[in-house]
Design a protein around this ligand. Structure first.
Ligand SMILES: [Zn+2]
Length: 245
């Protein structure tokens, strides 16, 4: 038995399938990641074929059958196609990074509405072009890691328990976590935070909108989160789109 379901979704990937169809990966609000087929989607006459395009925010109706891996799209409406993101190479690069994280690191059919809403929010912010897209991307990475179930927001030395604040140089070990410089002397160090970098991390993890940053420090934080994800999820090979676009 299959039944019709309606949900909001963001389109992660789109590929030709056979002579006439398209296969798309959607991150949906109600059902998590879903693979769907658009029959006739390769034809220029296909209305849904055009609407369901990579990075578009859409509302879809599809026939869902639990036993089937690929669901059949029945209808689609466009909510936003984020026109400004697609015209700005930097925004496009980091928005593609967002889609890549969802595609490679979320599990099919595992609902996470909060992650969905956070994704739409960050794409809307990138589309508004008020903040640097890389700054938004780092904020998203922190949110994403949190939603995957890892907690990086306890800012204390994991060895002596002393609080770590924006006036501390901080060391990081993948197994143990954050450490003060004193305790880190005898540990393997996977990442070093300068005071300035740690201050930025704390600022970005809060709700403040104004954080003092440099591009160099944003690059360092992206690299930190990539290393973190690679360590915890060995199949993860890094965020390719932010380096190739
Ligand atoms: Zn310590």
């Amino acid at each position: 038995m299959s039944h019709l379901e309606k949900t909001n979704a963001i389109v992660l990937t789109k590929l030709n399938f056979g002579d006439t169809s398209k296969i798309v990966t959607l991150f949906t609000e109600e059902f998590g990641k879903e693979t769907c087929i658009i029959k006739g989607g390769r034809s220029s006459k296909s209305k849904f074929g055009a609407i369901i395009d990579v990075m578009n925010h859409v509302q879809v109706i599809f026939y869902k059958k639990q036993s089937r891996e690929v669901q059949l799209i029945s209808q689609a409406d466009l909510i936003s196609h984020f026109p400004h993101i697609k015209q700005n190479l930097d925004s496009l690069k980091y928005a593609s990074g967002v889609l890549e994280l969802l595609n490679s690191l979320t599990i099919s059919n595992e609902q996470n509405s909060k992650l969905f809403r956070g994704t739409i929010k960050i794409l809307n912010l990138m589309d508004k072009e008020e903040n640097h897209p890389q700054l938004l991307f780092v904020k998203y990475l922190m949110f994403f890691v949190d939603e995957l179930g890892y907690s990086l927001k306890e800012y204390e030395c994991k060895i002596c328990g002393n609080p770590l604040d924006e006036n501390s140089d901080v060391l990081y070990n993948q197994e143990k976590g954050f450490m003060c410089v004193n305790c880190g002397k005898h540990q393997l160090i996977n990442f070093e935070f300068s005071k300035e970098l740690f201050k930025l991390l704390i600022c970005l993890s809060g709700r403040q909108n104004e954080c003092k940053y440099s591009i160099e420090n944003l690059n360092r934080l992206v690299s930190f989160f990539e290393k973190f994800l690679k360590y915890h999820i060995p199949e993860f090979k890094g965020i390719k789109s932010i380096y190739t676009l």
